[in-house]
Design a protein around this ligand. Structure first.
Ligand SMILES: Nc1ncnc2c1ncn2[C@@H]1O[C@H](COP(=O)(O)OP(=O)(O)OP(=O)(O)O)[C@@H](O)[C@H]1O
Ligand SMILES: [Mg+2]
Length: 477
């Protein structure tokens, strides 16, 4: 059995009997008499399950259950100690999914049978409530996965959360790979530990090693102090290696080592550091091809690719577009103080036909723009930029409304500042796209040529919904 049994029971006699039986059965127990004690115990110990009495000085009695969970504690499956005619618990119980009840007149065999039964059941893990806002947002976002494809993703996410395996999350830019990674973490046993994200493409290669693994004082010029890396920061928790396809060969070797032994040394350090970290990785590139072309180590690829989740592009799950649009509209209307803003049904209908090369992120940015410009009808915002424009109405490449956007007339109806901003954006997008083509999507070189930082370039690529034309990634078959 994993961990002790928590007992929360204020009646001393009942508690003593329970403790004695548990002890005889070889179960370790933690005895608490108040909810506060129980919460404190759960903060430091992972328990297998809990027995909660109804005789607590709490009104209504069942509030203890809700309280335990709200405090971020994970009591595991809960068995309520009480008699069928005890008041209270049932309503709360149903809400919390706890249905087990043990009569206070229990015998040793009853107790043992109950424990065996409860622990034999596959465990449904609840979302962590440690950081209410994050969890609540994640829960809502995951609920928007309505298509059959995303339901399948959800199924794998839940299973992957149960075990500590490495997961490779693939998909085009902006599809929601990070949402998937966070969902796995927040549903896993590590949910109360850190979730640390590292974008392997956003940090220049020479700095990434120290970013990931830390460095000792004096390891290189400028290393005045010892610095802990992300792996150490993520200890006990999850590290999310975004854009793993961009990882430099030296670091690929080092990462492989961590995956094999859970050990590494800091830059400039001799001693070995051991960590217990679950690795999630994401890529919008074709990693298999990178392996074939010897740009990515095959041994590392196989280590990472234990479970692969492919997040489909938004255009392949158009039925999610209305829900996502409304979600973003509500969220950003609040954030931008435009409460009550609603995207017009006709605009939503047009959105469901757009191709969304930048996927959910592009939709999100579009809704933000609609709110800022007060354009619920989507009448004044040109999109489906440049090359991806008009096709036959309803065809997958059709522009919004199936008609080409008359950019000049559209812009003339806008405030001059906005005209300038949009023109600048379009020009920027064009320049970036050209340089990326010229450099064969070598983003380091492209950033140099454009004289902007690498990070800024990545941001702009994302923001503009630019996409590598050759299939950057193809679904695993
Ligand atoms: N189901 C969803 N509900 C709400 N928002 C979502 C959903 N999926 C994605 N998003 C939002 O879309 C944006 C892009 O998602 P995310 O960052 O997870 O994509 P990504 O696949 O990691 O993209 P990239 O490859 O560019 O890093 C984020 O702002 C995210 O919050
Ligand atoms: Mg991402």
């Amino acid at each position: 059995m994993v961990g002790p049994v928590l007992v929360l029971e204020s009646d001393p006699g009942l508690q003593r009997r329970l403790a004695a039986f548990l002890d005889e059965g070889g179960w370790e127990s933690i005895l608490t008499t108040t909810v506060e004690e129980a919460v404190a115990a759960l903060a430091t110990t992972r328990v297998a399950m809990s027995f909660v009495g109804t005789a607590l000085d709490l009104a209504p009695p069942g509030a203890a259950l809700t309280h335990l969970r709200r405090q971020g504690g994970d009591p595991g499956p809960i068995v309520v100690l009480g008699n069928p005619d005890d008041p209270g618990v049932s309503g709360e119980q149903a809400a919390d999914g706890t249905e087990d009840r043990l009569s206070t007149a229990f015998q040793r065999e009853d107790l043992e049978r109950m424990i065996r039964e409860v622990l034999a059941r596959p465990r449904k893990r609840a979302w962590t409530s440690q950081d209410g806002d994050t969890t609540e947002r994640l829960r809502r976002e995951v609920a928007l996965w309505r298509s059959a494809q995303m339901q399948a993703v959800w199924h794998v996410v839940q299973q992957a959360a149960e075990v500590d395996v490495t997961v490779l999350i693939c998909g085009e830019t902006g599809t929601g790979k990070e949402v998937v990674a966070r969902a796995i973490h927040h549903l896993s046993t590590r949910q109360r530990e850190p979730f640390i994200k590292v974008n392997c493409a956003a940090v220049p290669p020479d700095l990434l090693e120290s970013e990931l693994f830390g460095h000792e004082r004096g390891a290189f010029t400028g290393a005045h102090q010892l610095k802990l890396g992300k792996f150490e920061a993520a200890n006990q928790g999850t590290i999310f290696l975004d854009e793993i396809g961009e990882l430099h060969p030296t670091l690929q070797a080092k990462l492989l080592h961590v995956l094999q032994d859970g050990a590494f040394s800091r830059v400039g350090g001799k001693s070995t550091i051991n960590v217990d970290v679950r690795i999630l990785a994401a890529t919008n590139r074709d990693l298999e091809r990178a392996v074939v072309e010897h740009r990515f180590r095959d041994d590392l690829y196989y280590r990472i690719n234990v479970i692969q989740i492919v997040v489909p592009p938004l255009r392949d799950r158009r039925e999610e577009i209305p829900g996502l649009t409304e979600y973003f509209a509500e969220r950003y209307a609040r954030a931008f103080h435009r409460e009550g803003f609603q995207v017009a049904p006709s605009a939503i209908e047009r959105l469901t036909r757009y191709r969304f090369p930048g996927n959910v992120r592009e939709l999100e940015n579009l809704v933000k723009r609609m709110i800022v410009l007060g354009d619920p009808l989507l009448a004044r915002i040109p999109f489906g930029h440049g090359g991806e424009a008009a096709g036959a109405p309803g065809s997958p490449t059709a522009d919004v409304g199936g008609r080409p956007v008359a950019r000049m007339t559209t812009l003339a109806a806008l405030p001059l500042k906005e005209v300038a901003r949009q023109a600048a954006r379009a020009a920027e997008r064009e320049a970036i796209s050209r340089v990326l083509d010229e450099t064969g999507w070598n983003r380091v070189r492209a950033a140099k040529l454009l004289k902007i930082s690498y990070r800024a370039l990545l941001y702009k690529i994302k923001d503009a919904g630019l996409e590598q034309v050759r299939p950057a990634w193809r679904p695993a078959t």
